[in-house]
Design a protein around this ligand. Structure first.
Ligand code: ADP
Ligand code: MG
Length: 725
């Protein structure tokens, strides 16, 4: 038996043994948040004044009083040790897009007698991971190799359980000694600051006493699950997270019978346990269902403050990966694990909220609320109109290139969907309060009440990359494996700028005693006129839209290499610099890292493709060629007629083998070519030379899959991976 046949055999004898749910009988109410140093725990364990000070920092962004750190550290340590923790770690989000931990023991041996448990405020607040192996994009020279981690009190500490012990995890930001951000959290926190500062100016004008605005996020996470045995038989899945070979199965998703269909038993068990683990970590996961493709599923949480939601989405991905293992399953988070089958995205629902819990993108019930809503809405619209290129950058990487622009995901052109109702209102406002076709009334700011906007699925435009869905925007072009931090940083920052530009003249006018509503009524048409070319309510998949978008001057960056230079444009550097989110050096470091990542991904895929082609596919094809040749020879020597069809099969096979070998030689050449120039030149070479050569090897390999005898074929097929559960 070859690896593939082993895999199929192993799956038929899989049993639920070992997979268990220790907490099956614990009620959710007890389970939820039990491993979180939550508000409730803090209130119970911290002295009143310390609790208040910390809460002030968390809720209102007040600077953290250093004197309280020791008290918090002690309480945190005691709480964690009661729950079996032996170690603690500063948990951070390096620019790899993954999470990182460096564990330290609570215990310090003493000269006299037993070890004592130590964990001071200093250790809570600041850590020094030896992190020279994390990417810094040139920021960190070797002489300043160390970065440090700084406690982020706005994201709660939590305990990660393992069968042999538990670890206290402290969410932290990660910076260089020169104060430059080396991670994804620092810019996120800065962008929330920037957004808060600007959004509060709108709220002030409307008489609100809110003291903080933050963005909220609810990421809907798509993923595939396949049997682990198949995974281990596919070097491409192991090393690249996606299949680099594989002919499309005869039964693909044409039937569309998987979507919202019954969830298979083993997968359901996996979902239950993942959710239980996530509840313990205080991650409010809520919905689960099948997705469009076979073996594809989705999990979605209830939205939270974007900083916490970002940490929680990392926990969702990591927890599911761990739990899948217990069920003999492999979680695939790649954007396109199977060519020709729907890929996976992450719809990031995004909105703004104040610290009173008001959603600022929710149309209000009074004319007063509506005026405020329309200001925020117009600000977002114009932000996307100005900086669609940066939203595109935020989702640009090799994995997502396979998805964007295909007929399953939004195109690479960033536009906004508003829906008919809101579109009509926006049109009226632009015309300065003309008659409404829908309402028959007149839209006067501060006077009219908005009609209730539809929020049902019927009004959704699934083809839009950025859609208003009643009380939030849904950014649908985000990839399934990526951290949501980047997209949220861009959204927060571009909206902060847009609000800033909009609010300054209003503040001046109001200070001069003018009427706010009249001023807004005069201002909004200008903002909408500037932004309206980014609004598109039609079919984003259509060719007509591509032509129309080009006419409107909307950028269409078809892939990562075309998109990334927008990150270092003067417009981008000025924007991020003005709002203190990225310094110019930080932007360049990210540009370097993104290019480097792209090149590495493409190179690794090319290498795996070569290996599989030479060591698995070619040998199988040659063996089969030998078998046919032998059977032809046998017929000849027996004096029988050799059917033409047999000879032509042999010829076809031989020609395809030759095609494969030629493609292999070309890919080797493209991979080894000497490239002059900087990182961009290398990444561009990867896109223009290496990817096409890799695709050619795959094409020949997939053709062979259709010819070579099934019992000789070494790789689990799409059919097997997607339909045997
Ligand atoms: P659906 O898109 O399936 O109709 P919902 O609209 O209720 O479902 O929500 C989808 C996702 O959007 C959920 O993760 C939800 O928590 C999130 N969401 C809802 N309201 C907001 C908001 N104000 N800010 C951010 N995310 C939100
Ligand atoms: Mg949705």
């Amino acid at each position: 038996m070859n690896a593939r046949q082993h895999a199929v055999a192993a799956i038929t004898s899989w049993s639920q043994n070992g997979a268990r749910l220790a907490t099956k009988d614990v009620p959710i109410r007890r389970l939820y948040g039990m491993n979180v140093f939550s508000d409730e725990v803090m209130r119970a364990r911290l002295p009143e004044n310390v609790y208040r000070a910390l809460r002030n920092t968390i809720k209102k962004g007040a600077p953290l009083d250093e004197t309280i750190a020791d008290v918090v550290a002690t309480a945190m340590k005691e709480w964690a040790m009661e729950r079996g923790a032996t170690h603690y770690t500063h948990w951070f989000l390096p620019m790899t897009g993954l999470t990182a931990e460096k564990h330290d023991s609570f215990l310090s041996p003493t000269e006299a007698g037993p070890a004592i448990a130590e964990f001071s405020g200093k250790e809570l607040v600041k850590g020094e991971p030896d992190a020279s192996s994390f990417p810094s994009g040139g920021i960190r020279a070797t002489f300043e190799a160390r970065g440090y981690t700084a406690w982020d009190p706005t994201s709660p500490a939590f305990i990660l359980e393992n069968v042999n012990g538990t670890t206290l995890c402290i969410p932290t930001a990660y910076c260089s000694w020169t104060g430059e951000a080396l991670d994804k959290k620092t810019p996120l926190l800065r962008s929330v600051e920037a957004l808060s500062k600007q959004a509060l100016r709108i709220l002030r004008l409307f008489g609100s006493d809110a003291s903080k605005v933050f963005s909220t996020a609810g990421p809907e996470q798509e993923y595939f699950l396949i049997d682990k045995n198949f995974y281990y038989a596919r070097p491409d899945l192991i090393n690249a997270g996606r299949t680099l070979f594989g002919a499309k199965p005869p039964k693909g998703q044409e039937m569309e019978d998987h979507y919202f269909g019954a969830i298979p038993e083993r997968v359901l068990a996996f979902m239950h346990e993942s959710e239980t683990e996530l509840y313990k970590l205080g991650v409010p996961v809520k919905t689960r269902h099948n997705e469009v493709a076979p073996s594809q599923y989705e999990i979605a949480p209830i939205f939270e403050n974007a900083n916490v939601a970002t940490d929680h989405n990392m926990l969702v991905m990591e927890t599911m990966k761990r739990v899948a293992d217990r069920y003999g399953l492999q979680l695939l988070l790649h954007e396109k694990p199977f060519a020709g089958i729907n890929g996976s995205g992450k719809h990031v629902n995004w909105s703004l909220a104040d610290d009173h819990g008001n959603n600022l993108l929710r149309p209000g019930d009074t004319p007063h609320d509506n005026a405020q809503f329309l200001l925020f809405l117009a600000a977002v619209l114009r932000a996307v109109a100005r900086h669609g290129d940066l939203l595109r950058v935020a989702i640009a990487y090799a994995g997502n290139d396979h998805r964007l622009g295909a007929n399953e995901a939004p195109p690479a052109i960033i536009s906004v969907f508003l829906g008919d109702m809101l579109q009509d209102i926006v049109n009226q406002i632009e015309k300065g309060g003309a008659k409404s076709t829908i309402q028959g009334g007149e839209m006067r700011i501060g006077v009219s009440i908005l009609p209730p906007l539809p929020r049902d699925a019927g009004d959704r435009n699934r083809t839009s990359p950025f859609a208003f869905t009643g009380n939030k925007f849904e950014f649908r072009a985000v990839g399934s494996s990526q951290s949501i931090a980047g997209p949220i940083v861009v959204l927060n920052t571009i909206v902060a700028e847009s609000i800033d530009d909009l609010i300054t003249p209003l503040e001046t006018a109001v200070a001069a005693g003018k009427d706010l509503n009249t001023e807004i009524q005069a201002l909004l048409p200008k903002v909408i006129a500037e932004a309206k070319h980014v609004i598109f309510n039609g079919d984003n998949y259509s060719e007509a839209w591509h032509a129309e978008a080009a006419k409107r001057g909307l950028p269409n960056r078809r892939n990562t290499i075309d998109s990334l230079p927008d990150l270092i444009s003067p417009k981008s550097i000025a924007l991020f610099g003005k709002y203190g989110v990225f310094s110019e050096r930080e932007i360049h470091s990210r540009f370097e890292i993104l290019l480097e990542n792209y090149k590495k991904t493409v190179t690794i895929e090319a290498q795996i493709t070569l290996q599989m082609a030479m060591r698995q596919i070619l040998p199988a094809a040659l063996r089969y060629q030998g078998e046919i040749a032998q059977s032809v020879a046998n017929l000849k020597s027996a004096g029988a007629v050799v059917p033409k069809t047999q000879v032509s099969l042999l010829n076809e096979l031989t020609a395809t083998i030759e095609e494969l070998q030629t493609a292999i030689a070309q890919l080797e050449e493209a991979s080894e070519a000497h490239v002059e120039g900087d990182t961009y030149a290398h990444a561009k070479h990867a896109r223009d030379e290496v990817i096409p050569a890799t695709n050619a090897v795959r094409a020949a390999g997939d053709k062979l899959e259709g010819i070579v005898a099934a019992d000789l074929w070494p790789l689990p097929t799409y059919q097997e991976m997607l339909f045997i559960k």
